[in-house]
Design a protein around this ligand. Structure first.
Ligand SMILES: C[S@@+](CC[C@H](N)C(=O)[O-])C[C@H]1O[C@@H](n2cnc3c(N)ncnc32)[C@H](O)[C@@H]1O
Length: 268
């Protein structure tokens, strides 16, 4: 675990139960997202029955319903608690035999899994930028490249776009963002440094008790964010070529500053 940055261990493992609640609150939505991802996979030649790996899969929000769509999914995450939950979810959804859970660091993925996957997925601003520099992201994408068959695909989906952060900052200064997540209320206090392109965020968690909010805890993260141009450049240095770019899982057009990045890349 030594190579993993401190905030990652703190956010997803030591206090992983906090973000775990956010993942659970988004589980229902994951079913629809996985359906759209299955459509996207098929469109880009990854047919049902293929072997796919989701890196940073959390508690299986996407991997498990994707297995229900007919894929054989390896669900890899650094957090043992999330993988345990993902396998329980797979069991409950009746797809346990199509989901393999792996606890491990994605930066070592080629040492952990056997390879020969038809596609890799990273969903919801996952892994890229987490170690803070383009060099570490090139390393991550190169390691993923090694476990994918020639001509196989990499899907970077619902990834944050630097231009979108800049636009949001210009419009509302992004001082505070509040999310109502069922039993949970989360306040975010993001800070973006335009020189380093580092987005720092503190999430403050409250439990809802009628009209009252009971303070639970807080946690922070720090990630490097990219424009789509920068992201595609980093990917190309790791052996990936852009095949398609969308603004959403619905395949809407990508609009810089307005949409998320949804990139389909092919192993060169
Ligand atoms: C923003 S969450 C997204 C979870 C999932 N993709 C989803 O859409 O529900 C990022 C995930 O990446 C995992 N993660 C962070 N660093 C990792 C690493 N070095 N190796 C593997 N997983 C990691 C976290 O534990 C967390 O589950």
């Amino acid at each position: 675990m030594g190579s993993v940055d401190n905030w990652i261990t703190e956010f997803f493992i030591r206090r992983g139960w906090l973000f775990g609640q956010v993942l659970r609150a988004h589980r229902e939505r994951g079913i629809e997202e996985a359906r759209l991802i299955a459509v996207l996979l098929e469109k880009h030649g990854v047919s049902k029955g293929s072997r796919v790996i989701e890196l940073g899969c959390g508690s299986g929000r996407i991997s498990v319903p994707l297995a229900r769509e007919g894929y054989r999914v390896t669900c890899l995450d650094i957090s043992p608690g999330y993988i345990e939950e993902a396998l329980e979810y797979a069991q409950n959804m009746g797809v346990r035999e199509r989901v393999e859970g792996v606890v491990g660091d994605a930066w070592k993925v080629d040492e952990i899994v056997e390879g020969g996957y038809n596609a890799a997925l990273m969903v919801w601003t996952t892994l890229i930028g987490y170690k803070g520099s383009p060099e570490t992201d090139i390393e991550l994408l190169s390691r993923i490249h090694r476990i994918i068959v020639p001509g196989g695909k990499l899907f970077i989906l619902r990834h944050i776009d630097r231009d979108a952060i800049v636009t949001r900052n210009a419009q509302c200064r992004m001082d505070i963002i509040a999310s109502d997540l069922g039993d949970l209320f989360v306040i975010e206090k993001p800070r973006f440094d335009p020189v380093t392109s580092i987005l720092e965020n503190t999430w403050i968690y409250y439990k809802k008790k009628g009209d009252e909010l009971e303070y639970l805890d807080k946690q922070g993260f720090k990630i490097r964010i990219y424009t789509v141009t920068e992201l595609i450049d980093i990917a190309s240095k790791a052996g990936w070529k852009l095949e398609a770019l969308y603004g959403s899982l619905n395949q809407d057009p990508f609009i810089p500053g307005r949409t998320s990045i949804n990139a389909v890349l092919v192993a060169d």
